[in-house]
Design a binder for this molecule. Structure first.
Ligand code: FRU
Length: 477
């Protein structure tokens, strides 16, 4: 197979007609057809937000990575653009892996990983990952400029460059694996083409992972946040339950100085499906993050429909005084709101009450008065497959999904503070739910696969009473 942008476009046009759209997102970004993983190159350029993403146009499975491309004025309504990068060169013949974008004068520059095997692709010893550059004036057509950083000696896994400007220099962080230790490497450049090795920015101690993917490094609230996606952290109790994590370390850093951590690694989303997040700045200075709403090796039932993978809602990041990263839906999301359906504010007692026939493109808002609720379990259900509820005995907010027919059953949860009011904003799309807890305190994102005729939303309270102080749902556009 010869991979070119023209071939990819032809394939996508043909495949698009054949999709089953039952689970296709109504207000999230997914590909026209085929496979999506990480968001890449998120940037504001020339009056548009651009989102690129890891993309396999030829099937809904992961394969030779291309960069898909879409642009938007508001981070919600996306216009698909031609595939931006296909693995056409010797430097990226086995895939254009994840990376980032920067604006350099009037040029949009993509910095990505060329993925290639020299010999048998089954053997990591033959793997070479190099950092590459592609540039564009119109933000649509890209000129491939080849390798800008070759694989360092003895490294094989060396990928996902994130570039930013600081002072008079460009900086780049790259994820790496040395033996069984995940690392972040740092580079510096004056022109995006010649890069100096600035050494190891940070690396895993025992138990912190064998590979750190998709690093990102930015300032929030006077601190430095190192966000990345480690592979190989073992699950412990309620933490790190997914195959791979995404999370952050907070610390201090200045150009030329070491990164000094001020705390432990923490996950940023406690749902089943959030990985490889990347951040970018809006023109008005907000730091927004978007992640991949799937998890490696998890069943993806939409593959039978001809597509797979979607990106999360845009979320604004902030850092608390005690160094916790918070995520709230970006304010743009409010523009999706259409009619508001107030739900009767009431006390539920040992009952389940139908609130809406079809939860599909909706934002549900629930204010639970936990101090006046003693039910053992109370919350919201969607069809028979999803429940988001307070477990009073455990004092946790639980997201439970139950789709045994697709091999997807299980819970994720976050702790609650007893008696404190609980405010939830829940964004439901055709096959996803994103739960924002207490204005940024926690977030749980998971994929869901309801049958088309089983999307009813109900409130319930079992073994006791539960009191709502405010509730309702926005129909989203
Ligand atoms: C993360 C990742 C990246 C890599 C890309 C390949 O999900 O494994 O490290 O660049 O996906 O598609």
């Amino acid at each position: 197979m010869t991979y070119t942008i023209a071939n990819a476009e032809q394939e996508l046009q043909a495949k698009r007609e054949m999709l089953n759209l039952r689970w296709y997102p109504r207000y999230h970004l997914a590909a026209r057809a085929g496979w999506v993983n990480d968001p890449n190159g998120l940037i504001w350029f020339d009056g548009w937000y651009h989102a690129f993403y890891q993309h396999h146009p030829y099937s809904p499975q992961w394969g030779a990575m291309h960069w898909g491309h879409a642009r938007s004025k508001d981070l919600l309504h996306w216009e698909h653009l031609p595939v931006a990068l296909a693995p056409e060169g010797p430097e990226d013949k086995d895939g254009c892996f994840s990376g980032s974008a920067v604006v350099d004068g009037d040029t949009l520059a993509l910095i990505y990983t060329g993925h290639k095997f020299h010999g048998d692709a089954g053997n990591d010893e033959n793997l070479y990952q190099v950092q590459c550059l592609a540039t564009s004036r119109d933000g649509i057509h890209f000129k491939r400029e080849g390798i800008i950083i070759d694989t360092p000696p003895d490294l094989h896994h060396f990928r996902d460059p994130k570039v930013w400007r600081e002072g008079d220099s460009w900086y780049m962080v790259v994820g790496a694996r040395v033996g069984d230790t995940g690392q972040i490497r740092l580079y510096r450049s004056a022109d995006l083409r010649q890069w100096q090795d600035e050494g190891i920015l940070d690396e895993a101690q025992a138990g912190m992972g064998f590979m750190w993917e998709c690093p990102d490094f930015f300032t929030l609230n006077g601190k430095r946040v190192l966000m990345f996606s480690p592979q190989g952290i073992a699950a412990q109790g309620f933490e790190n339950r997914n195959l791979f994590q995404s999370g952050y370390l907070v610390g201090d850093w200045q150009p030329g100085e070491p990164f000094v951590r001020a705390g432990e690694f923490a996950e940023m989303d406690h749902g089943h499906d959030f990985y490889a997040p990347q951040s970018f700045l809006t023109p008005d200075g907000r730091r927004i993050v978007i992640g991949w709403l799937n998890m490696w090796e998890s069943p993806m039932p939409e593959q039978q429909d001809g597509w797979s993978g979607m990106l999360s809602l845009p979320r604004e990041l902030s850092l608390t005084e005690d160094n916790r990263l918070q995520m709230r839906p970006a304010k743009e999301v409010e523009a999706l709101r259409q009619a508001w359906f107030p739900w009767p504010v009431s006390t539920l007692k040992n009952q389940q009450t139908l609130m809406a026939d079809k939860g599909e493109a909706m934002e549900v808002v629930l204010h639970w008065d936990c101090a006046n609720s003693d039910a053992e379990q109370y919350g919201l259900s969607l069809g028979q497959g999803l429940r988001v509820y307070v477990d009073t005995q455990m004092q946790r907010l639980v997201l439970e999904r139950r789709y045994p027919q697709y091999g997807l059953c299980g819970t994720r949860s976050v702790p609650l503070v007893p008696g404190v009011p609980l405010v939830l904003r829940m964004f439901i799309d055709s096959s996803s739910v994103e739960v924002f807890v207490n204005d940024g305190e926690a977030c749980l994102s998971s994929r869901i696969y309801p049958d088309a005729d089983r999307r009813e939303l109900s409130l319930f309270a079992w073994h006791g009473t539960a009191t709502l102080s405010d509730a309702g749902a926005w129909q989203l556009e």
